[in-house]
Design a protein around this ligand. Structure first.
Ligand code: OAD
Length: 239
């Protein structure tokens, strides 16, 4: 199967943890996934951070440390090639916080759940900043307000990254002919899980590449079951 891309087709891509799995980044909900053995309300919610910020920093610091030396794979690169072909008729929305799409070369991209290599302040609204430090047994403090710093990722119960939905709306608003492609995501976390329905309401053709059948699989017109690193380059290859 090939993605049906014509001269006026706009392609909206949504990615989740599955696209980074072949780079060696653990997913969230598979066996040995990140959430296995972790209560998300303890390590990934505002309440959890208020309660035990040290533990939350330990969790995210360990994830930061594990990203050192991790490289994008053929799935990330296939999306860069598609972007280069389509230009402004392409938008990538990722739920991943690992920065691998940017490392591969994607530019028309929205990180809707933030980026683990950025830190922001819990107490004031200073700009989030690049930060690869690990804080395994202490909570870093803001030099502007002395409040605790936190990873710049979206936690359960928080709104998605500012501007993310606006970018999607703006893209959909100028899409004459729409293709939606989801890759490596379990279809359980909203609003991303609803994108397929939004795309269908707008008359879009919907494609999925995933290792197994996700919760929202029925919304897709075309389903490719297999690893993204193998299936995406084939699906996106130019005619
Ligand atoms: P999940 O771990 O929930 O789902 C990953 C999906 O990728 C599963 O459906 C796997 O079958 C599939 N998968 C695994 N390896 C794959 C491969 N090599 N190729 C293709 N597919 C593969 O991850 P997400 O859907 O990204 O949010 O999770 C969504 C959000 O829930 C995350 O952004 C995170 C999490 O809790 C927050 O932290 C706010």
């Amino acid at each position: 199967m090939r993605l049906d891309v014509r001269d006026n087709t706009h392609v909206l891509v949504l990615t989740g943890a599955g696209i980074s799995a072949e780079s060696g980044v653990p997913t969230f909900r598979d066996a040995n996934g990140l959430w296995e053995g972790h209560d998300v309300t303890v390590v990934a919610s505002p309440e959890g951070f208020a309660n035990d910020p040290r533990l939350v920093w330990k969790f995210y610091s360990e994830r930061r440390a594990k990203l050192v030396g991790i490289e994008p794979n053929a799935g990330h690169r296939a999306l860069v090639e598609l972007e280069q072909r389509l230009g402004d008729r392409f938008l990538l929305v990722t739920q991943n916080v690992d920065g691998l799409h940017r490392a591969a070369g994607s530019t028309r991209m929205v990180e809707m759940h933030g980026n683990i290599r950025r830190t922001k302040c819990w107490g004031c609204d200073r700009e989030p900043f690049h930060d690869e430090s690990t804080y395994l047994d202490k909570v870093p403090v803001c030099r502007h307000c002395n409040g605790p710093l936190r990873p710049d990722v979206v936690w359960f119960g928080e709104p998605i990254a500012p501007g993310a939905m606006d970018a999607v709306e703006e893209f959909l608003g100028r899409a004459e002919s729409l293709v939606f492609l989801a890759v490596g995501t379990s279809g359980l976390v909203y609003p991303a899980a609803a994108f397929v329905h939004v795309a269908k309401q707008r008359g879009g053709a919907t494609y999925l590449v995933n290792l197994d059948r996700p919760a929202n699989v029925d919304g897709f017109d075309h389903v490719v079951i297999g690893p993204a690193g193998r299936e995406l380059p084939a699906l996106l290859s130019a005619h």
